[in-house]
Write a protein that binds this ligand. Structure first.
Ligand SMILES: *[C@@H]1O[C@H](CO)[C@@H](O)[C@H](O)[C@H]1NC(C)=O
Ligand SMILES: *[C@@H]1O[C@H](CO)[C@@H](O)[C@H](O)[C@H]1NC(C)=O
Ligand SMILES: *[C@@H]1O[C@H](CO)[C@@H](O)[C@H](O)[C@H]1NC(C)=O
Ligand SMILES: *[C@@H]1O[C@H](CO)[C@@H](O)[C@H](O)[C@H]1NC(C)=O
Ligand SMILES: *[C@@H]1O[C@H](CO)[C@@H](O)[C@H](O)[C@H]1NC(C)=O
Ligand SMILES: *[C@@H]1O[C@H](CO)[C@@H](O)[C@H](O)[C@H]1NC(C)=O
Ligand SMILES: *[C@@H]1O[C@H](CO)[C@@H](O)[C@H](O)[C@H]1NC(C)=O
Ligand SMILES: *[C@@H]1O[C@H](CO)[C@@H](O)[C@H](O)[C@H]1NC(C)=O
Ligand SMILES: *[C@@H]1O[C@H](CO)[C@@H](O)[C@H](O)[C@H]1NC(C)=O
Ligand SMILES: *[C@@H]1O[C@H](CO)[C@@H](O)[C@H](O)[C@H]1NC(C)=O
Ligand SMILES: *[C@@H]1O[C@H](CO)[C@@H](O)[C@H](O)[C@H]1NC(C)=O
Ligand SMILES: *[C@@H]1O[C@H](CO)[C@@H](O)[C@H](O)[C@H]1NC(C)=O
Ligand SMILES: [Cu+2]
Length: 601
């Protein structure tokens, strides 16, 4: 125990270096596998400094965050994505393996450095294969500038992350998904709230010692509240598969923030939340204080067998482990789509914080979301193309003009909307795999229409949460059925659209978004469901590659020789600018495929 504490002290430290207003938040993380029992079932979990969820990054708007990550996974590569952070001027720190960097190989230390330029609720997690669902994730909470007043008031600020949890390893899952016949991952065994859930250990035949409901690691998560106080609860979802409904028994929630943007407040009894989304809700501890209340998550959009996720809202001074005297309220009907679409449409920018979108766009790309088969292997695709990552990350390939390392045939801008029946099972025999990308004119305005369709099962269409790296986009609208290019754009919300980085595509529906291609780099846009992206549901956008600063050469490559020692005496000038020509650049994004040893001094 003492040794563990000492190790923690050595690896967990935080330095505040004041530079005028902005500061540097410096973290050192050690990532490894450990046996944990988050839902009472013992399995290997990826931890950061011994924890899953990992430490919360606390910063203030304008600060620079530096995270030095040491990969102690022994046999597995690593990359960490900073979800919602646009990485303006630091596209090499996006942490997207295959797009912006080579993986961090076991034993290596990688230094991520970026500016958190906007207050809000963000996330981080592994972005290598399906690694995220092994437990490497956490919150980033960026507070407002000192003299800034938010459009709502609260007494305390809390963060929770909602996940789903599988007992099979990512290796077992990836093997099944990549096999013929296809083995689907199935519904998760549990739902976790801030890394804690409860599996019914007696419900299946388990080896003795692998599942114990008395294990303190799986006692329900509790948020303690003081009667009468108002809490800002930052709720995020990082599920591998499930769309969720989050609810607090007896307490309404006022939605005030979404993906780092202030929302025109509205009250909900339950919050629908999709993987990759973050919300802040306000709750008032104004109920009978003599008892505790249930906080629940329930799967929606899938006919799931997974039991509800349970946590407690603990009214002080009741014991935090004291179970509420009631039966946990059931979630909404899983296949009732109307309230989900309604909530999506209800999210508008706060009237004092509207960022007006450009009224027209320069390019419209339609993405038909389907499930396909290619040579008998199951895939997910957009416009019949199932995306694969090249061996050389795009950012490096593009910057170094290594055009032969990925397909130069432009991917389709749309699909045959006249003849395609989105309600019927489509076998899509012509689906192909490709690693081609969309090249966007720098600073142009781009519209993306996400179009949903039937899967390969009769009467089945999934919810796909789409996440864009490097940008926030305006959410112009949602609709049912097939998007009508002549009619639907007339109803776009150009008045007060919310800006987000993750948006759901509802079953058999469409979602329209708009963004400015003004952040030089290569950016992934993908479904946030682990298995769907793993099997091809994603695309990459390139914009302004010529404006990307010289890619780092000091840390090119994946071995320690190409990883120079980390500078400890960071110069305020260099750090606060994060400029493209700074000398302290992470060349550690290079070092696999053809970039190995590239530009080596
Ligand atoms: C906020 O503080 C910064 C520096 O701390 C100052 O430059 C700025 O003028 C202040 N803004 C307001 C509105 O007070
Ligand atoms: C879990 O892994 C086992 C192999 O260990 C495999 O037989 C089983 O099909 C997997 N289950 C799912 C749902 O993927
Ligand atoms: C757990 O599973 C057992 C066996 O299926 C069942 O009898 C019991 O009711 C379950 N317990 C809970 C809390 O669901
Ligand atoms: C389950 O865990 C409790 C608490 O740690 C322990 O007392 C008990 O012996 C364990 N049961 C089994 C079957 O391992
Ligand atoms: C929650 O909101 C509903 C509808 O506005 C209202 O009827 C109910 O009384 C509210 N509940 C609480 C506990 O405030
Ligand atoms: C949902 O699944 C259950 C079995 O788990 C099945 O009995 C039921 O018919 C399904 N509902 C629908 C609407 O498909
Ligand atoms: C739609 O959402 C609004 C805002 O949350 C709510 O007031 C209204 O009751 C909802 N309507 C339905 C039919 O769910
Ligand atoms: C995808 O394949 C289907 C079925 O073969 C076809 O109807 C559709 O037009 C194709 N879409 C594209 C973009 O090629
Ligand atoms: C689905 O397609 C099949 C043939 O591929 C056709 O027989 C059937 O009528 C279609 N169903 C609907 C609802 O359009
Ligand atoms: C598949 O593609 C080939 C040539 O590219 C075309 O002739 C054929 O009609 C396509 N089939 C379908 C079902 O779309
Ligand atoms: C980008 O476009 C806007 C107009 O939409 C223009 O004001 C701005 O100067 C452009 N920026 C660059 C870097 O070209
Ligand atoms: C299709 O599925 C929906 C829910 O997903 C269900 O409400 C509906 O009854 C189903 N229709 C048929 C024809 O099975
Ligand atoms: Cu998906």
């Amino acid at each position: 125990m003492l040794l563990k504490l000492l190790a923690l002290c050595l690896f967990t430290f935080l330095i505040y270096v004041p530079i005028a207003e902005a500061r540097i938040r410096h973290y050192k993380w050690e990532v490894k596998y450990e046996y944990k029992s988050p839902d009472c079932y013992k399995k290997l979990v990826i931890t950061i400094n011994g924890k899953s969820p990992g430490p919360t990054i606390l910063a203030q708007e304008g600060d620079t965050v530096i995270v030095e990550v040491t990969n102690k996974l022994l046999l597995e590569n690593l990359a960490i994505h900073w979800h919602g952070i646009r990485q303006i001027g630091t596209p090499w720190s996006d942490g997207t393996e295959g797009v912006t960097q080579c993986p961090v190989v076991p034993g290596d230390t990688f230094k991520y450095q970026f500016k958190v330029d906007r207050a809000g609720t963000y996330l981080y997690y592994a972005h290598y294969g399906m690694q995220r669902e092994s437990g490497l994730y956490g919150s980033i909470r960026v507070s407002v500038r000192d003299n800034f007043t938010e459009p709502f008031a609260y007494d305390y600020d809390r963060s929770i992350i909602l996940t789903d949890w599988y007992h099979n390893s990512t290796y077992e899952q990836a093997t099944g998904l990549s096999s013929k016949p296809f083995v689907w991952v199935g519904e998760p065994q549990s739902l976790l709230i801030q890394g804690k859930g409860k599996f019914n250990c007696s419900s299946s035949s388990l080896t003795a010692g692998t599942c114990n409901t008395s294990n303190s690691e799986c006692s329900p998560y509790a948020i303690t509240v003081i009667p009468g106080k108002t809490y800002r609860l930052r709720v995020a979802s990082l599920t591998a598969l499930s769309a969720l409904s989050f609810q607090i028994e007896g307490h309404n929630m006022t939605v005030v923030e979404a993906d780092g943007h202030y929302v025109e407040p509205f009250v909900v009894k339950n919050l629908f939340i999709y993987s990759g989304e973050t919300y802040s809700v306000l709750i008032k501890a104004d109920q009978d204080p003599s008892r505790n209340y249930w906080m629940t998550t329930s799967v929606v959009s899938r006919n799931s067998t997974t039991p509800q996720g349970l946590a407690f809202l603990n009214y002080y001074p009741n014991h935090p482990r004291r179970s509420p005297p009631t039966v946990a309220p059931a979630g909404p009907i899983w296949n009732d789509r109307a309230p989900r679409l309604n909530q999506s449409q209800a999210i508008k920018a706060h009237h004092d914080f509207i960022v007006t979108p450009p009224t027209t766009s320069d390019r419209v790309i339609v993405f038909l979301n389907t499930q396909n088969e290619i040579n008998g292997y199951r895939h997910w695709s957009v416009n019949n193309v199932s995306f694969t990552l090249p061996h050389t990350p795009y950012l490096i390939a593009l910057k170094k003009k290594l055009h032969h390392v990925f397909s130069q045939t432009p991917p389709p801008e749309g699909y045959d909307s006249v003849n395609y029946d989105i309600y019927n099972v489509s076998k899509n025999p012509n689906a192909t795999t490709s690693n081609a990308i969309y090249r966007l004119g720098f600073n142009t305005t781009v519209d993306i229409i996400l179009q949903n369709a039937n899967t390969m099962n009769v009467n089945d269409s999934e919810t796909h949460p789409w996440h864009l790296h490097g940008h926030d986009f305006w959410v112009l609208g949602y609709g049912k059925g097939k998007f009508d290019m002549n009619k639907d754009p007339k109803n776009y919300n150009l008045v007060n659209p919310i800006m987000k980085n993750t948006v759901p595509l509802h079953p058999y529906g469409w979602t329209a978004i708009r963004f400015k291609a003004d952040n030089p780099g290569a950016w992934l846009f993908h479904c946030h469901i682990e298995a769907h992206f793993y099997l091809g549901m994603g695309v990459v956008f390139e914009e302004g590659i010529d404006k990307v600063g010289e890619l780092p050469s000091s840390i090119m490559g994946c071995g320690p020789a190409r990883n120079p020692p980390v500078q400890s005496n960071l110069q305020p000038q260099t750090q606060s600018h994060m400029s493209l020509d700074a000398t302290d650049k992470p060349s550690s994004i290079m070092g696999c495929g053809e970039t190995k040893g590239f530009d080596k001094p």
